[in-house]
Ligand binder design. Structure first.
Ligand code: TYM
Length: 321
């Protein structure tokens, strides 16, 4: 059986970009793959520096995975910081990683481009992420397109280690980019917490309606026919709608006398309805943080056994004890 692994950084309640780009495709693999899905709390340290907030975000993400259908009996489900083996693999492998590879990392380059003093966290970010992946002998990593480069770095690192220490020392992972590679946000840019353009996955009611109505659209008049493909409203709509609903919206937009306001209202109705069951489960799960911690602790125990087995193999191959 092949292994699918992915992680979410706990900086907020996941938004529909996280859901469509990673969570939903990852959960779809859980029937046919061995799965390991985790909460990358150390990765959050580059932005979250409030311990209580960080713990809260860990619970947000844990409750999200479970509300969306993750079964912790089937999937290794854990918190990154509960698996310290990640740091041994990440640090130990530093001896064979060229710094140039790290300097090309997108997170590091973003920080430089924004004129921020790039902290070592964003420099080591891809190395840590590679260790997350390689430690579990991961074959595929379901992610959005924004994380592709990081997985490619992990691939390069694994290949390099295998070249030096023999094939099979590490499994070479592949990014798995699904049908929603880069979900657009309210302003049409990539949906991203840092851009303030998100639709949080579990928003509902008036707030959700307001968010949907604020999506930026074309300036066609009510009468004019409108394109569907490539527009934010349609691209989000189609991810949740049935084929018949997708065709109906396309047709209405093409026919004219159907305004963007109507399309946005249709999107709101669809999101309200299709996410309602998960939203209810989220609220219930999120109100029991101690139970979430128990689930994660049980997952961590199992995750560490797997991690230790990989490390033992790698240590033997490279000649350390
Ligand atoms: P993070 O927390 O930023 O994002 C979580 C997942 O959501 C995807 N995503 C999107 N997909 C489509 N459209 C969007 N607008 C969108 N925004 C976000 C991301 O691609 C990602 O798959 N570094 C990672 C966490 C991580 C990880 C790992 C992932 C740490 N170690 C090992 C995979 C494997 C991150 O910060 O993702």
């Amino acid at each position: 059986v092949k292994t699918s692994l992915t992680g979410i950084t706990p900086t907020h309640i996941p938004h529909i970009g996280n859901y469509l780009g990673a969570i939903r495709p990852a959960l779809r693999l859980s029937e046919t793959y061995r799965t390991a899905y985790f909460i990358a709390d150390y990765h959050a340290l580059t932005t979250v520096r409030d311990p209580a907030a960080l713990r809260g975000h860990v619970h947000d993400v844990a409750a999200t995975w479970l509300a969306c259908g993750l079964d912790p009996e089937k999937t290794l489900f854990y918190r990154q910081s509960d698996v310290p083996e990640v740091f041994e693999l990440s640090g130990g492998r530093a001896g064979v990683t060229a710094t140039g590879q790290r300097e090309r990392g997108v997170a590091y380059k973003d920080a430089l481009a924004k004129g921020e003093a790039p902290n070592a966290g964003s420099f080591y970010y891809p190395a840590l992420m590679a260790a997350d992946i390689l430690l579990f002998d991961t074959d595929v990593v379901p992610i959005g397109a924004d994380q592709k480069q990081h997985v490619e770095l992990a691939r390069d690192m694994a290949s390099r280690v295998n070249h030096l220490f023999g094939e099979g020392t590490l499994v070479v992972p592949e990014p798995l980019i699904g049908e929603a590679p880069l979900v657009p946000g309210l302003d049409g840019q990539k949906m991203s917490k840092s851009k303030g353009n998100t639709i949080p996955l579990f928003e509902g009611g008036k707030k959700l309606r307001k968010l949907c109505m604020s999506i930026v659209t074309g300036s066609e008049t009510l009468e004019e026919p409108k394109p569907a493909h490539g527009t934010t409203v349609f691209e989000i709509y189609r991810q949740f709608a049935s084929e018949a609903e997708v065709r109906a919206l396309e047709d209405r937009l093409a026919a004219g006398n159907f305004g963007w306001g109507h399309a946005k209202a249709a999107l709101y109705e669809l999101l309200e309805r299709s996410l309602a069951p998960a939203r209810e489960r989220f609220v219930a799960l999120r109100s029991e943080p101690a139970e979430l911690d128990r689930v994660l602790a049980r997952g961590a125990e199992r995750a560490r056994q797997t991690a230790q087995a990989t490390l033992a193999r790698v240590r033997a191959r490279i000649g350390v004890r």
